[in-house]
Structures are given as structure tokens and as C-alpha cells.
Design a protein around this ligand. Sequence first.
Ligand code: CMC
Length: 386
Amino acid sequence: MANDLHTVFDETLYPYINKGLDGVVAFSTTKSSIDGQNGELIYTGYNIDVLAEKSTFEEVCFLLWNDRLPTQNELDDLTHKFQARRDIPKVVLDYLHSVDKESKPMSVLRTATSMLSETDIHLPDDSYYEKAINITAKLPTIIAAFSRLRSGKEIVQPKITGSTAFNFLYMLNGEEPGIQAEKTLDLCLILHAEHGMNASTFTCRTVGGTLSDLYSAITAAIGTLKGPLHGGANTAVMQMLMELEEQGKDANAVAFTKDKLAKKEKIMGFGHRVYKTFDPRARHLQKMAQSLSEETGHEELYRWSMDMLNTMKSEKNIDPNVDFFSATVYFSMGIQPDLYTCIFTMSRIAGWAGHYMEQMEHNRLVRPRALYVGEKNMDYAPIEER
Ligand code: CMC
């Protein structure tokens, strides 16, 4: 089929474009499987619901990088490596101190991740696994450090103990989180770790496909995740909820949603290219959003969310995706809205790195075609005659 296409392809005649690569299967993978009709997500053989109940983010990293669950010794070894490599190099610290504090955290994270490659110049090019550990260990430190610096606070050094979730909250807030907060964030990290051939993972594999390095692939993936149609949607959801907050606790989220739809605006946190039913990750986040918004006295956030959900269902038959309830979860944990996509990043590194390693095992350059729709054979007019 590929060869047939190759021989008959003519950029001027080819009649069909899969806009947005909708339905195109570009790679095979063992990392995850999405059943969009039944709302099922599997990471390397394990249903997300099982992992949500029984696993940890560290274990999910091992799973996605080795295609199997770790033994206790293997998990301890990976956890110790994450803990030992949390420090960020001086070049990144200097950048975080000097960068404009009004900068968007995702932009800062993207640039800092690119700079991290300098720490690995002693490692062979093909040490993807070690490099993946390094990046995963350091992303939370970068995010927390920038968050504190922009608020005029001292950076909190990472601890060499504890989980990724525990340590991130500790560095962000300057105090150790309770077990509940740690578990909540850990669950969020599990739920965001991997998700098929989404835009950022495709970017990551495309960069890897040129045999470029892991840092370049992850930097490009972060730039892709940042967009509001992808990972940036969680921050955009919170902006919507803040718009409602400005109208007071009695704000009418049904009218708000209908008004936006009437203006042909997208309701952030809803819709998905693959899921045509409730995103299974959103179910877990919904439960967390409900209990956390009650605990923190922000019941209105959950009430508005449910009003929006019901309105989207009745008006458009569109369900929420992972980003919708995660906004309320992070807000209830006291995290600033523009950091939400950074948290997505410090989780999705697990999936990106797994896909990069997979691409390296079965690499072929990613190089699709484009249908040329411009003019041809134009007369070249001298500049003074144009
Ligand atoms: N609000 C209102 N209408 C929507 C929405 C939405 N959130 N999502 C889809 N639709 C409508 C869309 O207007 C279109 O209607 P029509 O056929 O009448 O023009 C129809 O549903 C199909 O939508 P589409 O945009 O062509 O679908 P897509 O597969 O190209 O886009 C999407 C998927 C996720 C970009 C889109 O649903 C969207 O923009 N959602 C809001 C942003 C968002 O929440 N993004 C996070 C995605 S999940 C997490 C992640 O991967 O990062």
C-alpha cells in the first residue's frame, strides 16, 4: 500500500488530505492504547483505572520505559536515581534568575529543558534511558524554582528523599505536603503520563525520527503541549472558571456556556479527537475535583463544572477531556493556573521518553507529503517592476 501510494503520488493531483492527520496511523507502539468508543485507556497492557488505584508515577515511568512493571529492587533503583538527580545545573539556575518574571512558565520550562542537554555531554548519544531519568528528575525542580523566583521567594532545594509528587509540592510551597496532597498529585501524574499519538508525542517521535537527540525531541514536545488545543487547555479551563468567579458565586454557568457556543467559541476542556465518550482520566479527576472543591470551600467550581458538563452534553453531545476537572483539582491544591500545563509536562515526559526510545528501536524518518495548491511557472518580474 505504501509503495503503491508512493508510485502514484503526484503533489498536483493527489485528491485527498487527512486534515490534522485525522485517522492516520503513523507508528506502531506498545506504550498505550485508546478505545475512543468505550472510553478505555491502557498503558503497556494495564488499564488506567488499575494503575490509578495501585501504582505510582515512578512505577509508571518504569512501565513506559521497559514495557513491564518493575520488581521492588528495580523500582527502588529508579526512585533513587530520580531523587539523586533533582538538582538543576548552574546554567539553568542563572537563566531562571535572569529571565523576565512575567514570562510564561511553559516558555521558561521549554527553554530550560533545552539547556539541560549541557549536563549530559559526557553521556553517549544513545543513553536515552539515563537522559530520560535526568529530565524527569529535573523538570519539577525547574517549575518550582521559577514559580518561587517570580513571586520574589527563595528557591527551595530538592530533597533527596520522597516521591516526585511530594518533592514538587515541597519545593513549590516551601513546606512538606500532607499525604493526601501527595497522593492527589501522584494520581494526576499517573493519569497524564501517556496518551497515544497525541500532537506532542507525534512531535517527539518526528524529531527523534531525524536521529536528533532526546533533549531536542522533548523541547519540541513541550512547545507542542503548550498550545491551548492540547495541554494548555487546563490553564484555559481555569480562566473560564475565573470568568465565572468574577460574576460572583451565583454565576450562571449554563448561560455562560450557551453564550460561548452561540458565539462559536470552543469550551475548553471538552472534546477529543479520539474519545467519543467520557475520557476515562476525567472520571478520576472529576471525583477528586468534587471532594477537593468541597474541602476547600470552593463548591461553586464543581457546581459550575457540572453545569457546563451537562450543557455541553445536551447542546453538543460533547464530553469533558482530561483537562476539564484537572483545573479544579490543581486550583484546590493552591497551584497557580499558569503552572497547570507545566505539571502536565512533568508527567508526560514519561510517555514522550518511552516513545522516543521506541522510535530509536524501529526508526524511519517521518516525512509525509503536502498537496501543493499554489501557482506554477510564474514569470519572475524584476523587483522594480512589481
Ligand atoms: N467546544 C465547542 N465545540 C467543540 C469543542 C469544544 N471544546 N470541541 C469540539 N467541538 C465541536 C467543533 O466546533 C466541531 O463542530 P462542527 O463540526 O459543528 O464544526 C466538532 O465539535 C468537531 O470538533 P473539531 O475541533 O473539528 O475536533 P478535533 O478533533 O479537530 O479537535 C479538540 C479536538 C480537542 C482540539 C477540540 O475538541 C477542542 O478544541 N477542544 C477544546 C480544547 C481542549 O480541551 N483541548 C484538550 C484536548 S485533550 C488533552 C490533550 O490532549 O492535551
